[in-house]
Ligand binder design. Structure first.
Ligand SMILES: C[S@@+](CC[C@H](N)C(=O)[O-])C[C@H]1O[C@@H](n2cnc3c(N)ncnc32)[C@H](O)[C@@H]1O
Ligand code: SF4
Length: 385
């Protein structure tokens, strides 16, 4: 687990979805993207990039690129090619770089995947959520049953790093989840994201349900690491599992306090000192490059919100990050002693490792660590635009 803060990650947000799912709080808008919108989107993205690259002028190389959404797989291959060329005009691509596209089963057809491989996009993540039609309907998720049936087989026929997302914890759904999981395990994928259904404020789900079964979620969360370890997967982040060496390098960068440039409506970025968040409004984005301003942030909060999500991490890395942010080690070391004493974490040859109970009540331990640094929580003050 190596940091590379000298290189950059780039996140491209494509906000369009065929239909808005009832549980989703990510910035996404329903409605098919017309040709006109696509060209306006590409134009706005280029305008944003022209400005953003100045904020990241100390970087010369890109380590990872992630096309996310919304539904990034609604982006035609030609558009993806145009965006990659745009990035490559300004930054060197590292030979071992990771380029990911996150998509929905409906779009991940043989011809689309083959085009992705040709473009050098060799990591694909499919949002399945569940194969159960009744639940997909309850979730208000658009789905094509034929594509859902075929998706695992289709992914298998390409030289890709393949991952899928599943959601668990719907009422009375334990068997359904076990069958979804068995099905993806059979496909022998490199990466699995297993999310407990969360009720996000303002979503249709929050108003009308069905609400998650929290006991079932806790039971599954507890049993998954051992179950997946038997299948050869390492639990490396709260909701993420991978074959060794196939972790999402791009997402690790967020959790390990490494810089990233976010482009598109609703995208976030971090220069290494300053952060920004673009407004969640695609209409305004399309008519002029409406961008979030760089602003000071609170490293003593941000570091812990990311780092403590990792199931294990070397202490040497914590010290490196704290030094980078000019934060003292002592509050961390004090909290560490406390966590070890309470038996919710362990230390193995200089590597911090959460135990199951630590991860289950993670929010409270993150809060504690942030409080230990509360005396430091003055935002970093360096020039903002
Ligand atoms: C923002 S979505 C984008 C990917 C793609 N559009 C899709 O739906 O698969 C990324 C992932 O977040 C997860 N997700 C979104 N909202 C969630 C929620 N309320 N609870 C749990 N997982 C959620 C889903 O598993 C989804 O695949
Ligand atoms: S879960 Fe995916 S498809 Fe559904 S609204 Fe959110 S981003 Fe769009």
């Amino acid at each position: 687990m190596q940091r590379n803060p000298q290189a950059l990650a780039v996140y491209i947000h494509y906000p369009y979805c065929i239909q808005k799912c009832r549980y989703c709080d990510f910035y996404s808008v329903a409605g098919e993207n017309s040709k006109g919108t696509l060209s306006a989107y590409l134009k706005a993205l280029k305008a944003e990039f022209a400005v953003r690259k100045r904020d990241f002028s100390s970087f010369s190389r890109i380590e990872t690129i992630f096309f996310g959404g919304g539904t990034a797989s609604r982006l035609p291959l030609e558009a993806l090619k145009e965006i990659l060329s745009l990035l490559e005009e300004s930054f060197a691509f590292l030979p071992e770089m990771e380029i990911t596209l996150e998509g929905n089963p409906e779009d991940l057809t043989q011809s689309y995947l083959s085009g992705l491989v040709d473009l050098g996009i060799r990591r694909v993540n499919a949002g399945i959520q569940t194969f159960d039609r009744k639940i997909l309907e309850q979730l208000g998720r658009y789905f094509d049953p034929h594509r859902y049936e075929a998706i695992l087989e289709t992914l298998r026929s390409f030289p890709l790093r393949r991952g899928v997302d599943l959601i668990y914890g719907f009422p009375e759904s334990e068997e359904i989840f076990q069958s979804d999981l068995a099905r993806v395990l059979q496909a022998n994928l490199e990466h699995l994201s297993l999310y407990a259904l969360t009720v996000e404020k303002g979503t249709e789900l929050s108003r009308l349900g069905p609400y998650p079964d929290e006991d079932l979620q806790a039971r599954l969360f507890d049993s998954l690491p051992a179950h997946l370890a038997r299948e050869g997967y390492v639990h490396y982040e709260v909701s993420n599992y991978a074959r060794p060496g196939f972790e999402s390098r791009h997402n690790l960068r967020y959790w390990m306090y490494e810089p990233y440039m976010g482009l598109g409506p609703g995208a976030h970025g971090f220069t290494g000192r300053l952060r920004y968040g673009n407004p969640r409004n695609v209409d305004r984005y399309l008519v002029g490059h409406v961008m979030g301003a760089l602003s000071p942030h609170q490293p003593a909060v941000d570091i812990w919100l990311g780092l403590l999500r990792l199931v294990r991490f070397p202490l040497a890395m914590v010290f490196e990050i704290l030094d980078e942010a000019d934060l003292p080690h002592e509050p961390f070391l004090g909290e560490l002693d406390q966590l070890l004493e309470e038996g919710v974490a362990s230390l193995d040859d200089g590597v911090f490792c959460w135990k199951a109970r630590g991860l289950l009540f993670l929010d409270q331990y993150v809060e504690r660590m942030i409080s230990a640094y509360s005396f430091m929580n003055n935002p970093v003050k360096t020039g903002s635009r």
